[in-house]
Write a protein that binds this ligand. Structure first.
Ligand SMILES: C[S@@+](CC[C@H](N)C(=O)[O-])C[C@H]1O[C@@H](n2cnc3c(N)ncnc32)[C@H](O)[C@@H]1O
Length: 441
């Protein structure tokens, strides 16, 4: 039973428990202005009243029809005209730094720098540059920062699934998914023969049979979308929904059983995993739609190995995969192979390594995950982009060490002006390490 506070107000965790929703969803409702805290305690906790709980049950009722929040907001206004709806923008704020108004979707992608964008801007905003390459783009959070600041941005990532993120949020200037698009994505179309590859191949591996059938349908429907940016937005929403429904938010192991096992686990996770795909999907479409904008520059998304890119950028931002002090590198294909399969659905079967229980993709070890090749790889990378301002995100506890990295950087750049540090705790990591930024003009 949920305990009531004396004032009959709930802290965010209690409201989540009462409404059986993850805290992240409640936060999302707050950011989109659907609910707002009734008060804040002197120590900064937000308190919510019964009205918020009621609003959430109304949202849930409407969500059963898989309506996007924008439509839900309209319907709620009609039902409840006096309901107060507030700000639409997410304010990222780190103590001591100027807040940036930033409308970027939430993400659980490994190594995302979303929470560090302000700090990055604080350290590079004063430099003179117009064009930027985000060479290891990932979620695109840093590209998006530079786009927000009016730069001409090139997003790049070796993963094709990530390239679609770059297309949808960085290159795209105006396309969004409409209510009609959503409706056609979420149901079977007449005269289409739906494939069953995910159902046939991934039984009992990542998602339930029912969820696999839904995925087969939606992936086909996404392929039917004519506009490439709409397709990219739909892939983006689907990836986020897939990631959020996975234990550890990854595909590195076949651990569907964790979702169903009777073990003690965090309440929020269980609710998130069991929330139906369409609910997550609609929410992420909504978040992505809200992030689309033009900065009047021609921004691009690329899908290349970093060594195949051209070199003509004023500033190059570098955020390579991390290799721990034990020599274990983050292998992004291994973590997200399922999403790589989704975007190459027709060829997926040929790409799988069937000797592995969790059916990941065949792939070679990359220099960025190999502790014996990593020093040379950084050397070649800095040499390649030595004419640009180099900005490198790094962690203090990796291979190479931060002092080794500084030595390599100094071979190619006369001045490495700053080495800034702050404490940062990564998802899945038990140690808190220092997040570093090397800036070499
Ligand atoms: C630490 S993550 C980047 C995170 C990103 N800055 C963000 O905020 O989301 C590293 C990224 O490098 C990509 N990557 C790995 N090897 C690459 C290569 N050879 N060329 C380009 N990108 C690569 C991975 O797919 C991964 O998305």
């Amino acid at each position: 039973m949920t305990k009531f506070r004396r004032s009959h107000n709930y802290r965010i965790g209690q409201l989540a428990k009462k409404t059986r929703l993850p805290v992240s969803t409640i936060n999302y409702y707050i950011n989109t202005g659907l609910i707002k805290p009734a008060e804040k305690t002197p120590s900064g906790y937000r308190l919510f009243d019964e009205k918020s709980a009621k609003t959430i049950s109304m949202i849930k009722e409407l969500q059963a029809e898989y309506l996007p929040l924008k439509v839900i907001k309209e319907r709620m206004k009609a039902r409840w005209p006096k309901h107060t709806m507030e700000t639409d923008t997410l304010q990222l704020s780190i103590k001591g730094f100027e807040p940036i108004t930033f409308r970027f979707p939430s993400t659980r992608y490994q190594g995302s720098k979303l929470k560090l964008v302000e700090w990055i801007w604080w350290n590079v905003g004063h430099l003179e540059f117009d064009t930027v390459l985000d060479a290891f783009g990932g979620t695109g959070a840093v590209s998006y920062l530079f786009k927000t600041k009016g730069k001409q941005v090139t997003y790049n990532d070796i993963l094709k699934s990530n390239y679609y993120i770059g297309l949808s949020l960085i290159e795209n200037t105006q396309e969004i998914l409409t209510q009609e698009d959503l409706e056609s994505l979420l149901k079977k179309q007449p005269d289409i023969k739906y494939p069953t590859f995910i159902q046939d191949t991934f039984h009992n591996i990542y998602f339930t049979d029912e969820e696999n059938a839904w995925l087969d349908m939606v992936v086909k429907n996404i392929e039917l979308l004519g506009n490439p940016y709409k397709r990219a937005l739909a892939y983006f929403a689907l990836f986020q929904a897939c990631i959020i429904k996975r234990p550890y938010n990854l595909f590195h192991r076949k651990n569907l059983y964790i979702r169903n096992a009777h073990v003690k686990r965090s309440f929020g996770n269980k609710i998130t995993w069991d929330t139906p795909f369409p609910v997550h999907f609609v929410r992420f479409v909504e978040e992505a739609n809200e992030s689309v904008f033009s900065n009047d520059e021609k921004n691009r998304a690329l899908n290349c190995d970093v060594f195949d890119l051209d070199e003509n950028y004023d500033l190059v931002y570098i955020d390579t995969p991390y290799i721990s002090s034990k020599g274990i590198g983050v292998d992004y294909i291994e973590f997200y192979h399922f999403l790589e399969g989704v975007v190459d659905y027709e060829n997926w079967g040929k790409m799988i390594d069937y000797t592995r229980k969790h059916k990941s993709l065949k792939h070679k070890k990359d220099v960025w995950t190999d502790k014996n090749k990593i020093h040379d790889a950084f050397d070649r990378l800095f040499d390649k982009f030595k004419k640009s301002i180099l900005v490198v995100s790094y962690r203090s506890d990796g291979i190479p060490s931060d002092s080794e990295l500084m030595t390599i950087l100094k071979k190619h750049k006369k001045d490495v002006i700053e080495l800034n540090k702050r404490d940062y705790k990564y998802v899945l990591s038990t140690n808190s390490s220092k997040e570093l930024l090397f800036v070499a003009p």
